[in-house]
Design a protein around this ligand. Structure first.
Ligand SMILES: Cc1cc2nc3c(=O)[nH]c(=O)nc-3n(C[C@H](O)[C@H](O)[C@H](O)COP(=O)(O)OP(=O)(O)OC[C@H]3O[C@@H](n4cnc5c(N)ncnc54)[C@H](O)[C@@H]3O)c2cc1C
Length: 440
């Protein structure tokens, strides 16, 4: 069988690429070996944020109860079943989108052999191939690691363990630790360095306070020696978890026979340029399998669009600078842009935001960094809804907007977005909402 375009992987990058190619009436095949939707839908963003939302609601009920002098008791419903239903729905929707666009689908593992693809004992020829085979968990080299489960498995547990040890202080480790602690586990979070080491000290200390408030034992600078059943032995003592989870990074998921394609492959993935082209003119790449730092679904989807348009002769490029990243903890922490390019940074605290006061948000801020032309090059938001607020800053960075353009905009009142507007106004001493005497 010969296709114009073959896509390996039906995850965030692959289902988007397959749909775009098929919508342009190209003869397209998408091959998926497990479930459409990939990690994001089946073992990442979707199940993880679902559990994070549940734990957020639970914690707010308990807080409001305490504040109002009420005793609030929550009977846990079967939220794991609801999570599974949503995952199942989105996974089948991913496949349907690809098929409705006109692409063919093959369920099976694609292998490379003799310049062709082998799947389910069929030989597939192609004019262009888009590799979107994603990433898999990278277990640490620790004796007894087979006693632990990966981050992908943790977000798919069907009960709340009495106790949990999470190894790894990156985005996934911190999120998993917080939502399981709020759902009732006694959690220890162990990390070799600092938790989310790339964060500023201010954001990190808010995050640490929040984790400690949830009763999580956070151990930084911890060297793990071995895992023996439920026991994790470290240089900082022994920790016990009915479930031990490792969330220690991921590695590219490379199809068997990839060596034949003559691609440049590094530890972190396949090397590509900003058009998603590789060293082999017939092969383009998209998603987590690409050698770059920000392994997130929204980048994978955009790369899916760009790789497919370029496979059809386009010359679109991807701009990584504006890409936002969110830690879905409570509060959420989100960053976009490059702090290194900022010559001035201003901050507007949520304690001075009318909307935050009404909502009862206790902490958080919006920070804006500008370059020497006043252009916005960096943003950082700590807030319950940082996932949306950061998108405003991300678009401003992408559109190369100046802080003046935002300072002289009229955003809705009352809204948390005003914190971004006010952070820009403060460059011109126009942030009049900042309460007198407030040091921040
Ligand atoms: C716990 C967790 C939480 C996350 N939360 C977020 C979040 O909140 N926001 C966010 O943006 N990102 C999040 N991510 C990251 C996000 O899930 C990934 O960036 C995204 O899934 C990458 O998409 P992809 O299509 O490149 O790869 P994948 O999702 O890995 O999809 C690749 C697909 O290719 C298939 N495949 C692989 N090899 C073959 C083969 N040889 N033949 C056929 N099929 C093959 C796989 O089965 C898989 O379905 C999270 C990840 C984890 C683990």
């Amino acid at each position: 069988m010969k296709y114009d375009y073959v896509v390996i992987g039906g995850g965030s990058a692959g289902y988007v690429a397959g749909s775009v190619l098929a919508r342009k009436k190209a003869k397209t095949l998408v091959i998926e070996k497990e479930k459409f939707g990939g990690v994001c839908v089946n073992a990442g963003c979707v199940p993880s944020i679902f559990l994070s939302d549940i734990s957020f609601i639970l914690s707010r009920f308990q807080e409001i109860g305490n504040y109002k002098g009420l005793s609030v008791s929550v009977e846990n419903g079967n939220f794991f079943k609801k999570r599974d239903e949503i995952v199942e729905y989105l996974s089948s929707a991913g496949r349907k989108l690809v098929e409705d666009a006109g692409s063919e689908v093959e369920l099976g593992e694609a292998k490379i052999s003799g310049g062709e693809i082998l799947v389910n004992e069929k030989k597939i020829e192609f004019n262009r191939l888009i590799l979107a085979s994603g990433s898999i968990p990278n277990p640490p080299r620790i004796r007894g690691i087979e006693n632990a489960i990966s981050e992908d498995e943790a977000v798919n547990l069907h009960s709340v363990p009495e106790s949990m040890v999470v190894i790894g202080g990156g985005y996934a480790g911190v999120e998993i630790a917080q939502f399981f602690a709020r759902l009732g586990s006694k959690v220890s979070l162990l990390t070799r360095g600092k938790i989310i080491s790339e964060l500023d000290s201010e954001a990190r200390s808010i995050l640490l306070d929040s984790l400690e408030w949830d009763g999580i034992e956070v151990i930084e600078g911890c060297c793990i020696r071995s895992i023996e059943g439920e026991k994790v032995l470290t240089d900082k003592g022994e920790f016990r978890g009915e479930i031990v989870v490792y969330a220690t990074g991921r590695r590219p998921n490379l199809p068997v026979g990839i060596g034949e394609l003559g691609l440049e492959i590094r530890e972190d993935g396949i090397v590509a340029n900003q058009e998603m082209r590789t060293s082999n003119p017939k092969i383009l790449v998209a998603g987590d399998v690409v050698n770059r730092r920000k392994k997130v679904a929204h980048v994978a989807m955009l790369e899916g669009i760009i790789s497919s348009l370029n496979a059809m002769g386009g010359n679109y490029t991807i701009d990584y600078l504006h890409v936002p990243q969110v830690i879905y903890t409570d509060p959420q922490i989100a960053v976009a842009g490059d702090k290194g390019r900022a010559i001035k940074i201003s901050k507007f605290p949520l304690t001075a935001s009318t909307r935050a006061l009404i909502r009862g948000e206790r902490e958080g801020y919006a920070k804006i960094g500008i370059d020497c032309d006043g252009k916005i090059v960096y943003g950082e938001v700590v807030a319950d809804t940082a996932e949306d607020l950061i998108n405003l800053i991300s678009l401003a960075i992408r559109a190369k907007m100046t802080c003046e353009e935002i300072a002289f905009s009229a955003l809705t009142h009352p809204s948390l977005s005003e914190a971004i507007e006010n952070a820009c106004r403060s460059f011109f001493n126009l942030d009049v909402d900042r309460f007198k005497g407030m040091k921040d």
